[in-house]
Design a protein around this ligand. Sequence first.
Ligand SMILES: C[S@@+](CC[C@H](N)C(=O)[O-])C[C@H]1O[C@@H](n2cnc3c(N)ncnc32)[C@H](O)[C@@H]1O
Length: 184
Amino acid sequence: MNVIEDTLKELEATKNDFWNISKETGDFIEFLIKVSKAQNVLELGTSNGYSGLRIALALKETGGHLTTVEYWEKRRSVAVENFKKCGVDDIITAKLGSAQMVIEEELQNETFDFVFIDANKAGYIKFFHAVHPLLKKGGIIVADDVLSHCEQVKPFVDEITNRDDYSAQILNLPDGVLIARKNF
Ligand SMILES: C[S@@+](CC[C@H](N)C(=O)[O-])C[C@H]1O[C@@H](n2cnc3c(N)ncnc32)[C@H](O)[C@@H]1O
């Protein structure tokens, strides 16, 4: 076993303590980044870096970069350690702060082709409005927990599934995963 496999296994064993995505959702996100050849990925909600690691492993193949945002310093520090341990820290920028504020104050000159939303559930609608202008045409949004937290994420799900400029589907992965493509 190598250090990456060991670290992923360790993090999978403590997933409930750190609110990580399921292994299946990680598999799906890694696959999606590879097939879409995503280059510039934004993640909202880093936690201890499990999903960030899964994204970074795919980005190693596509040659891309991840920006991930977490407002809990202790969790961000654990994530940064995990990124270093697995040798992917060179392709990750781990920002500390509230997702909304970081997008509005630090990322306005960036564009993304893949956004993963996994921070506080009631905030999904405002995160969506904030990232929409930064998402390239053809870009993908993935959001976790849309079935497990359906009430909190309802404004987001209702809007993105009814907009002409997005095609969206909810997938029956653990907790419910929404995938959307920005068509124009
Ligand atoms: C569900 S966990 C993220 C899990 C992570 N994506 C993974 O699968 O490894 C949500 C994280 O988002 C952070 N968070 C919640 N609301 C946030 C916000 N508005 N801005 C930044 N981070 C936030 C929490 O502290 C928590 O660590």
